[in-house]
Design a protein around this ligand. Structure first.
Ligand code: SAM
Length: 260
């Protein structure tokens, strides 16, 4: 029963279709469906993250910031940056020097993030940009580091998003992807599946008033490529010195690479 939930390859798929959780939808439909998910949950997104993960997502993001180790002069592009968690963590780490660009396809998420930044007294140092990870409205070779946290799983064409990441990075620039991944500890996998499928959608219904959005979340995680496959695809996009690190037994993974 739980076995098929972790299956990531789909055989005999209809051409021109793509996974949206466990459903197959037309490629042209996915972006709209994803946008609608985040439109619906934007106001409760941060609270849900804390509740669902017991705050662990903050530790994962802290790990990303440690690896990124942002320097004061760097321009950092945080794609699918949503409500600005990564951008605000960069500013907490290095102050408002340099520039952080939060790019997201969803205006409601960006507006929630901008309001949160203002509430925290962060008025400069962050640009909020509405755009698609597959067609970034950002000049080629213009950023020092590219980050994407829990975003790559939501794009329609993962390889197109990776190619865009490489395009916008300066030579010598660094790529980081923090994403839910595949649990590598069998005992944890069983518990995690139970938690994901039995608890998370119910929490979504109670807290965000949207069970379907959180059902999509847990399904989309199972459909996302496993760690090694993602690493291969990052390499295929032209990144070098690629590697990944499992976090919390593979519930999440942090992939990285260099654009040399
Ligand atoms: N990075 C934030 C974080 O870690 O809290 C937000 C992650 S949230 C799970 C996923 C975000 O990806 C949403 O804000 C959504 O609007 C955005 N997104 C989905 N598809 C996108 C795309 N094609 N281009 C840019 N952003 C996208």
């Amino acid at each position: 029963m739980l076995q098929h939930m972790t299956e990531t390859k789909t055989s005999g798929v209809a051409p021109g279709t793509i996974d949206f959780g466990y459903r197959r939808v037309g490629e042209h439909e996915k972006a709209g469906l994803v946008r609608s998910v985040f439109d619906r949950v934007a106001g409760r997104y941060d609270l849900m993250n804390d509740l669902m993960s017991g705050g662990i997502h903050r530790l994962w993001k802290a790990e990303l910031i440690d690896r990124l180790n942002p320097r004061r002069s760097e321009t950092i592009l945080d794609v699918a940056g949503g409500t600005g968690d990564v951008a605000l963590a960069v500013i907490d780490r290095r102050g408002v020097a340099g520039e952080v660009i939060v790019c997201d396809i969803n205006r409601a998420m960006l507006e929630t993030g901008r309001d949160r930044a203002i509430d925290r007294g962060v008025l400069v140092g962050i640009d909020w940009l509405c755009g698609d990870a597959e067609r970034l409205p950002v000049a080629s070779a213009s950023v020092d580091a590219y980050t994407i946290a829990f975003g790559l799983r939501n794009v329609t064409r993962l390889d197109a998003a990776l190619a865009e990441a490489r395009r916008v990075l300066k030579p010598g620039g660094r790529f980081f992807c923090l994403e839910f991944s595949h649990v590598v500890l069998p005992a944890l996998a069983r518990l995690y599946d139970l938690y994901s499928f039995q608890i998370v959608p119910r929490l979504g219904a109670i807290v965000a008033g949207d069970r379907d959005a959180y059902q999509y979340l847990v399904e989309s995680i199972r459909r996302f490529p496993p760690q090694d496959e993602l690493l291969d695809r990052i390499e295929a996009a032209g990144f070098e010195r690629t590697r990944y690190r499992n976090l919390t037994g593979g519930i999440a993974a942090l992939h990285s690479g260099w654009r040399l």
